[in-house]
Write a protein that binds this ligand. Structure first.
Ligand SMILES: [Zn+2]
Length: 64
């Protein structure tokens, strides 16, 4: 599995590029574990829990 980067700020997983498309953050990490795919943030319990408002793939945990 290729190593994707996750945004340290909103946990969005970035498949390519070096800028988070959700929050424009450039502070990314490859040290993340598990992910959730949010299709409908407004009706997703996971999205609410993770405070996600934009559909996409998100890391569940970031390592330091
Ligand atoms: Zn972000």
């Amino acid at each position: 599995m290729a190593v994707s980067k996750a945004c340290k700020k909103c946990k969005h997983i970035i498949e390519k590029g070096t800028v988070c498309p959700v929050c424009q953050n450039t502070d990314l990490t490859t040290n993340w574990k598990g992910f959730a795919i949010i299709i409908d943030p407004e009706n997703s319990e996971i999205a609410k829990k993770l405070e996600i408002t934009v559909a996409g793939k998100y890391a569940l945990r970031l390592s330091k």
